[in-house]
Design a protein around this ligand. Structure first.
Ligand SMILES: *[C@@H]1O[C@H](CO)[C@@H](O)[C@H](O)[C@H]1NC(C)=O
Ligand SMILES: *[C@@H]1O[C@H](CO)[C@@H](O)[C@H](O)[C@H]1NC(C)=O
Ligand SMILES: *[C@@H]1O[C@H](CO)[C@@H](O)[C@H](O)[C@H]1NC(C)=O
Length: 506
């Protein structure tokens, strides 16, 4: 009997005793992110930065698992049951922990408890005054409210640059010309769809044979329309790889055309949107997609344990990728590069093959240096490489995604020449400047957390479409007779959208 009581006392002491083995001040640790507020996202997320007893940020993994719980009532509450949710936490390897969760149903009176060994971290528990909705709910906010809730920036340099090309155009006229051209061009070489947003509904018609990627664009636009009341607008979207609005001497009315693309280039005027890749992984995280901008931040390998070599795996989409294989064979102590699939240069498989087995993207980060070489156009893996706590060496390229103009060479990545002539020299340099390159890896991840997370991707689209609406406001948006309506998912209308907190629930 006494033994049992003793055991209970010992156990209780163990449970509530301060975290003595670890040098962490749980109360001073910092927790932030949209997953603690009312933002509607496919996957809600927040970050935990551990702080030590001296009040400094912890910079190495502490190998701890937090006890995190969401407490709240489902919309149609029965028997005091709790909201269902699925939650994951990732050790980011740098003293921070990434937490994310999905909710399948509307949930009210939510509080989020972040604890370790029975003690709360930061200001936990965090309560969310407004109900939270699953992403499928169509509960659009007024645009100003949206900006507030999602903490959108006022402006974006790339949007300003892209819009400035077309300021002052008569869009009605340009549109007529574009329709004329796209209706008569060879459909085999076209991958263009015209989208119309009118009173919150989505319509489109396509020109060309290669328009399978409408599924990404449809999903993106529908998801945005569920979150925010966009003004009416119309766009032509290029669903192909290459930018289409070539720079050249022609006048405004014959081009360049304002076409929205996922990839921009220095010799075109395409208006860039976040790529289908990063948007798709934003929408399908913790669902169909396993690699996304949050999950890629789990860093199993400590900086000091990373293999001090540069690493590349990918298909043969570009001749320089083959060249990197050649360099790798001559400098195996610096570079490990191989092709995973031959398609474009099949006849050279004997020289650059055999093809290498696929390596999980998460395992790339066992290596300290990551090589980003263009594929057909910009390598859409770049955002993920920047997030992985390794250093990215990036090939110079005329191609860019929506965020490249905010990046600085030698601050966020190490550049190398397009023809790879200085790549080996750059890897050499990186290997012998560990403190500097580690800082670059940290800056890159910080950039991702400030610019490339799901809220940023939604904000970019909204800012872009709003500014485009402004620029073309004299044009009367209408739905042509041969456009089809893109249907909203059925479940989207089954939500209450009631953001007010009921009195009796307070
Ligand atoms: C500690 O981390 C938090 C969260 O990333 C950050 O806001 C803060 O500036 C950091 N403090 C220092 C001294 O680096
Ligand atoms: C713009 O173009 C349309 C169609 O070509 C034309 O009818 C209209 O008058 C033009 N508007 C202005 C302000 O020039
Ligand atoms: C690689 O490109 C640089 C210019 O960026 C040029 O000076 C050099 O000659 C090129 N090297 C090869 C091997 O083509």
């Amino acid at each position: 009997m006494n033994l049992i009581i003793l055991a209970v006392i010992v156990l209780r002491t163990l449970l509530v005793s301060p975290v003595s083995s670890l040098d962490i001040d749980l109360g001073k640790s910092v927790i932030w992110g949209p997953g603690l507020g009312e933002t509607t996202l496919p996957v809600r997320y927040f970050f935990v930065q551990l702080v030590n007893n001296a009040g400094e940020n912890v910079t190495e993994s502490q190998d701890i698992k937090l006890d995190i719980q969401l407490v709240g009532q489902p919309k149609n509450q029965r028997n005091a049951e709790n909201c269902r949710y699925s939650l994951e936490q990732f050790d980011a390897g740098d003293g921070s922990i990434v937490v994310r969760y999905r909710i399948p149903q509307e949930c009210r009176g939510v509080s989020i408890h972040v604890m370790y060994k029975g003690q709360h971290l930061g200001d936990s528990p965090y309560s969310i005054p407004s109900p939270i909705f699953p992403e499928i709910c169509s509960c659009p906010l007024e645009i100003d409210e949206f900006r507030n809730v999602y903490k959108c920036p006022e402006r974006h340099p790339q949007i300003e640059e892209d819009m400035s090309t077309f300021s002052g155009i008569n869009y009605t006229h340009v549109q007529e010309k574009m329709l004329e051209k796209f209706s008569t061009d060879n459909p085999g070489s076209l991958a263009i769809c015209q989208y119309v947003v009118l009173s919150g509904e989505l319509f489109r018609r396509c020109f060309g044979k290669h328009v399978g990627f409408t599924m990404f664009m449809d999903a993106t636009l529908l998801s945005i329309l569920r979150k925010v009341k966009l003004p009416d607008f119309e766009i032509f979207v290029n669903l192909g790889d290459w930018p289409v609005s070539r720079k050249g001497g022609r006048s405004r009315t014959q081009g360049p055309w304002p076409v929205f693309s996922w990839c921009g280039s220095s010799d075109s005027f395409d208006i860039v949107m976040p790529t289908y890749d990063i948007t798709e992984s934003t929408l399908e995280a913790m669902n169909r997609v396993s690699l996304d901008i949050i999950s890629v931040q789990k860093s199993a390998t400590k900086w000091a344990d990373k293999i001090p070599k540069a690493f590349f795996r990918g298909r043969d989409a570009n001749r320089e990728r083959l060249k990197s294989v050649e360099l790798s064979r001559r400098n195996p102590e610096l570079l490990d590069s191989a092709i995973t699939n031959f398609f474009f240069f099949r006849d050279e498989e004997d020289t650059y093959g055999p093809k290498s087995p696929r390596v999980s993207f998460f395992d790339f980060f066992k290596y300290k240096f990551q090589i980003n070489i263009d594929g057909t156009v910009a390598g859409y893996r770049f955002p993920y490489l920047l997030a992985g706590n390794s250093v990215v060496l990036k090939q110079d390229s005329p191609y860019y995604e929506h965020f490249y103009s905010q990046l600085k060479p030698m601050v966020h990545y190490i550049p190398f020449r397009r023809n790879l002539s200085d790549l080996i020299e750059k890897i050499h340099w990186a290997k012998s400047h560990d403190t500097t390159v580690r800082k670059i890896a940290q800056n890159a991840r910080a950039f991702v957390r400030e610019n490339l997370l799901p809220t940023h991707i939604f904000c970019y689209h909204v800012l872009l479409f709003e500014q485009w609406h402004q620029l073309t406001r004299l044009h009367k948006v209408s739905v042509a007779s041969d456009m089809e309506k893109v249907p909203k998912p059925e479940e989207s209308s089954s939500c209450s959208c009631d953001r007010k907190v009921q009195r009796d629930e307070l």
